[in-house]
Design a protein. Structure first.
Lengths: 446, 275, 292
């Protein structure tokens, strides 16, 4: 009886708690959006599966809120430039699409609002936002800068190994290579024959060269761009080992690999011309769809191979943040959209439509993991990821240009690995000196 | 004269001409046929020559990918800048052809030199200026910038044209008390119409084809068709059919104009260096 | 005799055009000169500062800049002679009497390549030269040549740009030279053909002198357009692979649009512009008829 009383007292407390929360429970997107009906939002999208998925979800949001989302599709290569010019000119973008390496730049220029502006506002903040549900690595790397969160992870990638299990089986392998060394020394020779190649590493001279090609070979070998003093670490034995490895691996890649961007690489696997690629998780839907891929059941996914320093897979992705140049109504409406499209409630749908959500809860369902073969590898990768896979500071746009130029020259054999790394290091340090990292004007971020 | 003609190998000559024609026309044939292919057909290796054509690419680029509005923007910009160039350029050309004044040669040099200036030199400063003036992403910004190449064309071709009109006509009118402006407007301009038309057509073609200014100054609302075509380049799969459909839509109008002006095109393009 | 007119009349005729061109042509240039003396990066506006001639010093000692210049010069040196040789051949054939219908048709088709939107020309190249799906490689296959990786290999990509430039501009050269040939008085030409059977002799001693203005025009315009060349390589290779097709205008676009270093891009532009103006003035002074 006493116990019962206790229990009912608890229940009372609980219901009181519920009552308190009642106000928050009443939060609904429709209510929150009422003052902003008719607001039009401008945002840049890319021509990638995650955006196609979001576009398919848009009508639902627009019907519920009366907010219109005008998305303009641009190639990735133009996305940074278009946004920088728009923000500098005080243009009409209301939401920023931020690649993880741009966040420092956007944040330091004051182009994006911290999410706290909105999460602190009970009218706008969805009580179900649950920031802890995002993979911590992802939310910090994609949306955070110097301890402040600006953006919510929207189009999320980890590097994964996609491979043609049928080609591997024919060559006598029943599983993908565990390590990069195996990939080169065992799988490489066995799979490179009859006009087919073991591996393709997208290396086109743009962000692909620095993110997908150069950085991918640095980290697993224990290398990195910068050391603790923010000086170049590219001449370290580890970095050199990684870059030399990349050079050696090229014999098992198709000719002209420096002209391969994502589309060429994915297509090479999809058409059965190469056996293995390391690509972003977002390409899963392209590779799985019979319209764009011949792979069918041969498609298999694994985490990226390990190097001497561990797995350290590539990490990339985009967050959405509210632009400071928007007016108040647009900011509020923009936040509602960002919050909605990245929400826990929509994660399943986003996944189903071809997107890759960053919500841990979305991947907990074992049934989903069976349908989407990439999920286990993705979850594992996001545990091992390196947030500073590419340094995320404001100087990255200048540094990536240097890496792109000399990284490609290295691959083409126009300079040796050592010369190239040395040049990149010198030029990179010049950029950092210019920015004031060495004379104490700027803290050594990260 | 008949003898040498007969001696020549007319068959060989005809074959050579056919080769030249094919050389010029084949890429257009390939562009148009690719634009009628589905993605699957377009990505067949080796390429197929016979297939069932589809207009789906056109439908998609015009109505889904907003190439339609971009074409409208291109028309607005090209027509306005051409009109403005003719309006400003013909009086200037008349003055260069008829009046004597100090610094005329230098002025003429300056007009011509603009033909040589690369848009990349002007594009970034103009971007910064347009931002200050609120002209970013407007038709007006492009219309004004396109004057840098349309105005020299009009001035150059029309100066030539005005000079070919006998001066006696002007002088007679002057004796009758007509103002210079009336002479220009009512006597010389009508006679110079062929030159004006050619320079207008060339201005239109040049404006229509321009990429760099459009790419930097007009990211969205005033985006022109060539700038639009560039945005298809790097998706996850390269949509050859759509790229070629867009290309066809862009190229067909200029080709029609070019053929209309074909007789005068060379003179226009060489800015009168060759009659 | 030239009509004497009042200054005000002259000003009224010329004023609007001069003002317009000053506004759109000169004002941005002055602004560019001013910015070229600054460290001015769009992503670091807070750090803008006057740096004097630092940007110029950096450009002039920058190997990448000179390599792009060198590439531009190489393109010119290879493509233009080929265009002139092929163009002259075509012009001579078209100039002969007979086969009128064929020749009209050819003349019309020659108009097409040079009027084509340059950006589209680059896109066309991407589609036609693709190693796997490209029709050009298919045709090479018919004559027993293995597919060539045009876009992916540095040397091949450079060759592809040259080939494509030749495709687009040979017709132009042909038409200009044809126009030049039409200035040869027919009597002289006829007399010469009766004297000798050698076409070469006719060309060398009779036609060539009349062709000089056309050849000069070709040189001038090809120089200007090669320095400006941006659209075609941009849509075809984006300057790649590596920097294989990064011509001077492509380089400047990259520095300004991708590195956002507008100060540096301005300095590069001013140096290129100085070069352009020197060349243009030289050419114009040497060969164009002046206004008298």
């Amino acid at each position: 009886m006493k116990l019962l009383t206790h229990a009912s007292a608890l229940a009372l407390v609980a219901s009181a708690g519920l009552g308190l929360a009642g106000k928050a429970q009443a939060w609904s997107l429709e209510e929150a959006a009422k003052p902003y009906a008719g607001t039009e939002l401008e945002v840049l999208f890319l021509d990638r599966p995650g955006y196609a998925a979001a576009i398919k979800m848009l009508p639902e949001f627009e019907a519920a809120t009366g907010i219109k989302v005008n998305h303009t599709t641009v190639p990735y290569e133009n996305a940074l430039g278009e946004q920088v010019r728009d923000f500098v000119a005080g243009g009409d973008l209301d939401i920023a699409l931020i690649d993880l390496v741009w966040i420092g730049n956007f944040a330091e220029n004051g182009w994006i609002e911290p999410i706290e502006t909105f999460t602190a506002n009970a009218d706008l903040a969805d009580p179900d936002l649950d920031m802890a549900d995002f993979f911590p690595l992802v939310v910090n790397a994609f949306g955070g800068w110097n301890g402040t969160i600006y953006g919510l992870p929207f189009d999320n990638y980890s590097g994964l190994m996609f491979y043609n299990s049928c080609m591997l089986k024919d060559a006598g392998f029943d599983k993908p290579p565990e390590t990069w060394a195996d990939l080169k020394d065992v799988y490489g020779p066995a799979l490179t024959k009859d006009g087919k190649y073991a591996f393709a590493l997208q290396s086109k001279r743009n962000e692909t060269q620095s993110a997908d090609s150069f950085a991918r070979m640095l980290w697993p070998f224990g290398g990195s761009f910068l050391n603790a003093e923010f000086k170049s670490n590219l001449m370290s034995p580890e970095s050199q080992a990684g870059l030399t490895f990349r050079q050696d691996l090229m014999q098992y890649m198709p000719e002209g690999i420096v002209a391969y961007d994502h589309s060429e690489t994915v297509n090479a696997l999809a058409q059965g011309d190469v056996a293995m690629i390391t690509e972003w998780s977002a390409f899963y839907s392209t590779l799985a769809s019979p319209e764009t891929s011949k792979l069918g059941d041969c498609l298999a996914v694994a985490p990226e191979p390990m190097g001497p320093a561990g797995r350290k897979p590539a990490l990339g992705g985009f967050s959405l943040a509210v632009a400071t140049q928007a007016d108040d109504a647009e900011k509020a409406a923009g936040w509602l959209f960002i919050q909605w499209v990245t929400s826990k409630a929509n994660a399943g749908k986003y996944l189903e439509l071809g997107g890759v959500p960053a919500r841990q809860s979305a991947y907990a369902d074992p049934a989903l993991a069976a349908t989407y073969k990439f999920i286990p590898a993705l979850v594992e990768s996001w545990k091992d990821g390196v947030p500073e896979f590419r340094p995320r500071f404001a100087e990255w746009p200048a540094i990536t240009e240097i890496v792109q130029e000399w990284g490609t020259k290295m691959m083409l054999g126009e300079v040796s690995v050592e010369e190239g790394a040395k040049t990149i290091g010198e030029k990179m340090e010049a950029v950092l000196a210019e920015a004031g990292y060495y004379d104490g004007k700027k803290p050594l971020a990260q | 004269m008949a003898a040498p003609v007969q001696r020549r190998n007319l068959v060989g000559e005809a074959v050579l001409l056919t080769v030249i024609c094919l050389f010029c026309v084949f890429p257009f044939y390939w562009m148009v046929t690719t634009s009628l292919k589905t993605q699957v057909v377009a990505l067949q290796s080796p390429p197929v020559w016979v297939f069932t054509p589809t207009l789906a690419n056109y439908w998609e680029v015009l109505f889904v990918d907003k190439v339609g509005p971009a074409l409208v923007n291109s028309i607005i910009v090209a027509v306005c800048t051409t009109g403005l160039a003719v309006l400003l350029g013909t009086p200037a050309a008349y003055a260069l052809a008829r009046f004597e004044f100090r610094g005329k040669t230098d002025l003429w040099f300056w007009f011509i030199t603009n033909r040589f200036v690369s848009p990349v030199v002007l594009a970034f400063p103009v971007f910064l200026i347009s931002r200050e003036l609120g002209l970013r992403d407007t038709h007006l910004a492009l219309i004004l910038m396109y004057l840098t190449f349309t105005l020299p064309i009009v001035i150059w071709i029309c100066t030539d044209q005005f000079r070919s009109i006998p001066r006696e006509l002007d002088e007679a009118a002057l004796l009758e008390g007509a103002s210079q402006f009336r002479i220009f407007r009512s006597i010389c301009l009508p006679l110079a119409m062929p030159g004006v038309a050619v320079s207008a057509i060339l201005s239109f073609i040049f404006s229509w084809n321009e990429l760099l200014f459009a790419y930097i100054l007009a990211p969205k609302n005033a985006k022109t068709a060539p700038a639009m075509a560039v945005t298809f380049m790097e998706g996850y799969d390269v949509p050859y059919g759509k790229i070629m459909a867009t290309s066809t839509l862009i190229v067909v109008p200029v080709l029609i104009f070019a053929l209309l002006a074909s007789k005068h095109l060379v003179r226009g393009l060489t800015m009168g260096a060759v009659k | 005799m030239t009509t004497r007119v009042r200054r005000r009349t002259i000003a009224a005729f010329l004023g609007p055009a001069v003002a317009a061109l000053a506004l759109v042509g000169i004002a941005p240039l002055l602004y560019a000169v001013w910015k070229s003396l600054h460290y001015f990066n769009l992503t670091k506006l807070a750090q803008e500062r006057y740096v004097g001639l630092d940007n110029y010093a950096a450009v002039l000692t920058d190997a990448v800049f000179w390599q792009a210049m060198g590439r531009t010069a190489t393109l010119f040196a290879i493509a233009v002679p080929v265009q002139i040789a092929l163009g002259l051949t075509i012009a001579l054939v078209l100039h002969r009497p007979g086969l009128t219908f064929w020749k009209t048709l050819t003349r019309l088709s020659l108009v097409l390549p040079m009027a084509t939107t340059y950006a589209v020309v680059g896109l066309l190249a991407q589609v036609m030269l693709n190693q796997k799906y490209g029709v050009f490689n298919q045709m090479l296959g018919w004559v027993g040549i293995d597919a060539i990786n045009f876009i992916g290999d540095p040397t091949n990509a450079f060759i592809a740009v040259i080939l494509w430039d030749i495709w687009q501009w040979t017709p132009f050269v042909a038409l200009v030279l044809l126009a030049g040939l039409s200035t040869v008085p027919p009597e002289i030409e006829e007399a010469a053909t009766l004297e000798t059977r050698s076409n070469w002799t006719v060309l060398r001693f009779v036609q060539l002198p009349y062709l000089v203005p056309s050849l000069v025009a070709v040189l001038i315009l090809r120089t200007a357009d090669t320095l400006k060349l941006f659209d075609m390589p941009f849509t075809m290779t984006r300057g790649g692979p590596g920097a294989a097709t990064e011509f001077i205008a492509v380089l400047i676009e990259r520095v300004g649009n991708r590195q956002f270093d507008i100060g540096m891009a301005a300095a590069q532009s001013i140096i290129m512009l100085a070069l352009t103006i020197v060349l243009a003035r030289l050419y114009i002074r040497l060969f164009y008829r002046e206004v008298r």
